[in-house]
Design a protein around this ligand. Sequence first.
Ligand SMILES: [Zn+2]
Length: 235
Amino acid sequence: MEIGRFGPGPASMVKARTGLVGWSQQRYAAGMLEHLKAKNRSWADRKVASDPGFFRRLERQQSPEYLWIGCSDSRVPANEIVDLDPGELFVHRNVGNLAPPQDANYLSVLQFAVDVLRVRHVMVVGHYGCGGVRAAVDGKRRGLVDHWLHPIREVYHDHRDELGGIVDERARLDRLCELNVVRQVRNVASDVFVQEAWSRGQPLSVHGWVYALGNGLVRDLDVTVSGPDDIERLF
Ligand SMILES: [Zn+2]
């Protein structure tokens, strides 16, 4: 996730550029998205042209085998990276691909995926060059997001000896991206919904991957957990 790139919102931009206010401003702002609606129509046309059954198939298909927990970063489009149809991957994204045990949004997604959809795999997918990971430890104040990123600072603190020994800043942050994924795998695998699934014999594995923006490839961190006994090696 890139942090700090957001400029003023559409309404304030319109006012600054045009001086329009009220209803005129709203109509102008709505018109700014016409190009996206046009792109949506041509995208749907192209999909049907290359695969006439695409949307009919998607309509029937909501039984994904996978839950993807990834970063909100726009450069990490989940189902595209693993070349799956949208219906084949249940997706949860937030800044820094976190799985915080107290976050109702993440927990609801996890419970729905495990108990209702009965996914077979949960992948926590970080990415090298993550702006959220960098922002967690660069010491700058940004507001609410600093609280959200706190778990990453905890990971940094827990591994400060190893990370402190990496001189190159980019390499150090990339290693922190990996360690953050491992911690989130541990969080998912320790969750009560996952533990209950295992205790009733439901097959479920939790994996940790890191995606490289530079070449489009994912790296398996080899921290897969497929049962309660596997978790110990992540501590
Ligand atoms: Zn990110």
